[in-house]
Design a protein around this ligand. Structure first.
Ligand code: NBY
Length: 833
């Protein structure tokens, strides 16, 4: 390509090629230029928001220069690429991360100061990019950071939602949802109006014979919607790699909209069509671990899969390779079953458009895809009704039936006469209406299926996907325990701790090799080091106390034990267990003599998290927390001994303040229900201890940091089924201490008890599915141990330091390398300096 461009032309381009700022002076120049030209403002009307934008635009210039170079390098090298398909990317803010990754934050701080701004004020102007619900979306964001940092040629593909996850407001104790319109002046995206794909829906399939008499299928005359690409640069930490996150936005397909209807005088309906098309990428579905089967969601999934695959196939075709080489050039990872239609779409492209034979096409498909499962909860496994799919994607349904036919034939051969097996593993559930089981397509169409923590990966093999282990053997299944990026979750969220660690270890290498943290153990007994460690925690707690004051008006004593549970509100995560425990604590303190009260460790119980808007039980839990807070926090008899706080609108940027400030955090799901959890890792990495059940990654955290450094309690996963059974058939015994808590609630201590009826009856009368009563006693006893151990601050600090030192395993970089080795078979790009 280079050679085809005449030298003088190249010369002229090179002379004027964009360059990145490298000094404070150049940063200031770029900043002022953007304020004055891009933003059309001046010295006289540059407020903090404009200062944020100016800084972001200056850094964006740098990123995009590196982005261009990275894309050229990757095209030139032409290695295998990874495509991470996720319907959610919970990115949070980008500016601070970009400054730290590029390594120019100090330059920007000084430059902004010269121009009259504090860098912190600029950073906090940014609106979170909240295109996700919880752990699954945040994992995708950590992947992007890590893949860029490790120089993998990798792209993310997602949807450009106009509305991210709703903003949560608490009004009279209740959750209210407010739309999150986040796109106005977002400097981080580049619209690519030239990169569009027409996506088809509905219509019908016709059969025909080609010139060789082969039977072919064509999918015709449905409705089409246009996908437009928006690119978001993803900088790696201190590397030349800036990867791409491509988000698709929907709009009416050009040809059809404007002219036909418009000229026919039907302007209004032309605009209405436009809006219908735009609806596809309008809103992120706000459910986590619950599946609702709405047609618009299926449309979103197909729209995004089809656009992404078209793009991937287009890029592959430019290399003029044989189709058989596709899996050597392309790895596609499915973040849960949401992108499962990509499997069917690739098969359709290969057989219907490219004319490959079924078997060859299917080998390519399997070689290309990997599927990550994030849950065993039955209500979260995606199923789509056959009539719905028939209507929206008629050709895909045919292909699904064919995939199923060939699959069931092969199962039949291996397990003759096992009809139950066939009906259990069939892609089609024979219900009314029939349903398409997306997880089955994902397993059958991938070469690897992985869970996200050891226990979880074992559970999928022994429960929900047991039959598939029989069919394919154990090798199709693997475990890759989740991790987190230490760049955002240590360096950015807790700069003081990061700096202290760097001072002791002689540099910041631990941010790209987290196992180096183990050297910290040699300082555990160092008195000065412990003081510095505890001063940092104290300052972080002050920072959180200020946030709490701002958000709730409550003043909390920063010397109290900060006890935090922040995550999506869900019965399986058991925020109800926590708040019942808080009520128990309140009652215990109320019953104490003044002498006894002197020995109580003051506590702040901090909650945060969103409930899915239609999840009534989760909303009742939020209401109970706020009702308890209203009573306890104004009880002068209790004072600082206990405070209850609900932080509204928990999101990534609030997590960055909350995680470094906890003394103890709660990861207390019913054993066997939380696939992994990742906030557990964030809290420990920031020097907090955790109380938790033997569930998800808690188990591996315990293995790494030692069981003397974690507070474990509760029943084990292996006993859960039995206990549930006994609730129904052996008679249900409510724990006596929990009974007292329920009596207090029923007496109206926290307001009209009828608001809490369903919460209580789910335990007392309806089988206590999540084992709140079974685990209550052990939970309370473990909290008493927490109190006791917190009083020995020196021991506590030793636990905190030792735990951090042993967290190396939970770096996202380890995770990324494991996927690369065992699933993707891709190598990082070798970047010469
Ligand atoms: O994925 C979470 C798991 O609960 C957590 O244990 C794990 O650490 C994390 C990363 O592997 N799952 C999760 O966040 N799931 C969702 O947010 C989600 C969202 C939408 C739907 C299902 C699940 N949906 O079907 O619409």
């Amino acid at each position: 390509v280079e050679a085809s461009i005449p030298e003088p032309l190249r010369e002229a381009w090179r002379k004027h090629s964009a360059t990145e700022f490298t000094s404070k002076d150049e940063f200031e120049r770029d900043f002022v230029r953007h304020i004055e030209t891009t933003l059309a403002r001046s010295l006289y009307n540059c407020d903090e928001l404009a200062a944020y934008s100016g800084t972001a635009l200056a850094f964006r210039d740098r990123l995009i220069i590196e982005w261009n170079r990275t894309q050229q390098r990757q095209t030139f090298t032409d290695q295998k690429r990874v495509y991470y398909l996720s319907l959610e990317f919970l990115m949070g803010r980008a500016l601070d991360n970009a400054m730290l990754n590029v390594g120019m934050k100090d330059v920007a701080r000084d430059g902004l100061a010269d121009l009259g701004f504090r860098i912190e004020d600029a950073i906090t102007q940014e609106h979170d990019a909240a295109l996700g619900n919880g752990g699954l979306g945040r994992l995708a964001a950590c992947f992007l950071d890590s893949m860029a940092t490790l120089n993998y040629p990798a792209w993310g593909y997602g949807l450009r939602y106009r509305y991210g996850i709703f903003k949560q407001e608490i009004v009279n104790g209740y959750q209210m949802e407010v739309p999150d319109y986040w796109l106005d002046n977002n400097p981080w995206e580049f619209p690519r109006h030239d990169i569009t794909v027409d996506i088809q829906f509905y219509g019908h399939v016709t059969k025909y014979q080609d010139e060789n008499g082969k039977v072919c299928h064509s999918w015709e005359s449905g409705e089409t919607v246009q996908a437009v690409a928006y690119d978001v640069p993803i900088p790696g930490y201190r590397t030349k790699t800036t990867n791409n996150l491509r988000l698709w936005s929907s709009k009416a397909s050009s040809g059809e909209f404007d002219f036909q209807k418009f000229n026919a005088g039907d302007y209004e309906s032309a605009v209405a069509d436009q809006q219908t098309a735009e609806t596809i990428s309008a809103v992120l579905y706000p459910n986590d671990n619950l599946e609702r089967g709405k047609e618009l969601r299926l449309k979103q999934q197909y729209f995004w899969c089809a656009a992404s695959l078209y793009d991937i196939v287009r890029r592959f075709k430019k290399t003029n390779r044989a189709w058989s080489e596709f899996p050597d050039q392309v790895a596609i990872q499915l973040n849960d079953t949401h992108p499962t239609l990509a499997i069917v779409e690739l098969q359709r492209i290969l057989i219907d458009v490219e004319g490959l034979e079924w078997d060859e096409a299917w080998r390519i498909v399997i070689g290309t895809f990997g599927y990550t499962n994030h849950t065993v909860l039955p209500e979260a496994l995606e199923k789509w009704s056959v009539p719905l799919m028939q209507n929206l994607l008629p050709r895909h349904l045919q292909i699904i039936y064919d995939i199923n036919l060939f699959f069931l034939q092969s199962v039949e051969k291996r397990f003759p006469n096992d009809r139950d097996m066939l009906s259990r593993v069939s892609i089609i559930e024979e219900s009314h209406p029939k349903m398409v089981r997306m997880a089955h397509i994902a397993i059958i169409g991938s070469h690897k299926v992985n869970g996200v923590a050891e226990l979880h990966s074992d559970l999928i093999k022994t429960t929900i996907f047991k039959d598939f282990v029989q069919i394919y053997g154990p090798d199709r299944f693997t475990n890759v325990t989740n991790g987190i990026t230490p760049r955002r979750w240590l360096h950015q969220a807790n700069p003081a701790l990061s700096a202290l660690i760097a001072e002791k270890l002689g540099g910041y290498e631990f941010l790209t090799d987290l196992t180096l943290l183990d050297k910290l153990e040699t300082f555990v007994d160092d008195k000065n080091f412990r003081r510095e460690w505890s001063d940092i925690k104290a300052k972080n707690k002050l920072r959180l106390a200020r946030l709490i004051k701002d958000l709730t008006g409550y003043s909390v004593n920063p010397n109290s034990l900060f006890d935090v549970q922040v995550k999506r509100i869900h019965e399986y995560k058991r925020q109800q267990l926590n708040i019942f425990g808080v009520i128990h604590r309140y009652l215990s303190i109320k019953a104490m003599t003044p002498e006894q009260r002197k020995k109580v460790v003051p506590r702040v119980s901090i909650f945060g998290g969103k409930a899915a808007p239609g999840y009534w039980m989760a909303k009742s839990i939020i209401y109970l927390i706020n009702s308890v807070a209203a009573v306890v926090n104004k009880d002068d008899d209790i004072g600082d001994l206990l405070k209850v706080i609900f932080i509204e609108d928990y999101n990534v940027s609030k997590a960055e303040i909350i995680c470094p400030a906890s003394d103890i955090s709660e990861h207390i799901s019913t054993a066997g229900t939380e696939a992994s959890g990742t906030s557990n890792m964030k809290f420990v990495l920031n020097g907090g201890l955790i109380i938790g059940t033997c569930d998800g990654a808690n188990i591996e955290i315990t293995r790494e940091i030692g069981e003397q450094n974690i507070f474990l309690f509760g029943n084990l996963a292996e006993d859960v089924e039995d206990l549930r059974h006994r609730h129904f058939y052996g008679g249900f015994q409510l724990d006596p201490q929990l009974k007292r808590v329920f009596e207090t609630i029923k007496a109206g201590t926290f307001g009209d008890p009828s608001s809490f009826n369903s919460l209580i009856s789910s335990i007392e009368e309806h089988g206590d599915y999540y084992l709140v009563s079974d685990d209550f006693n052990s939970y309370i006893a473990t909290h008493e141990m927490v109190d006791k151990e917190f009083q020995n601050q020196e021991e506590w600090l030793a636990k905190s330091i030792t735990s951090v030192a042993r967290m190396g395993f939970f770096s996202m970089d380890r995770v990324t390398n494991e996927y690369a080795d065992s699933i993707w078979n891709v190598e990082p790009l070798d970047i010469a300096d």
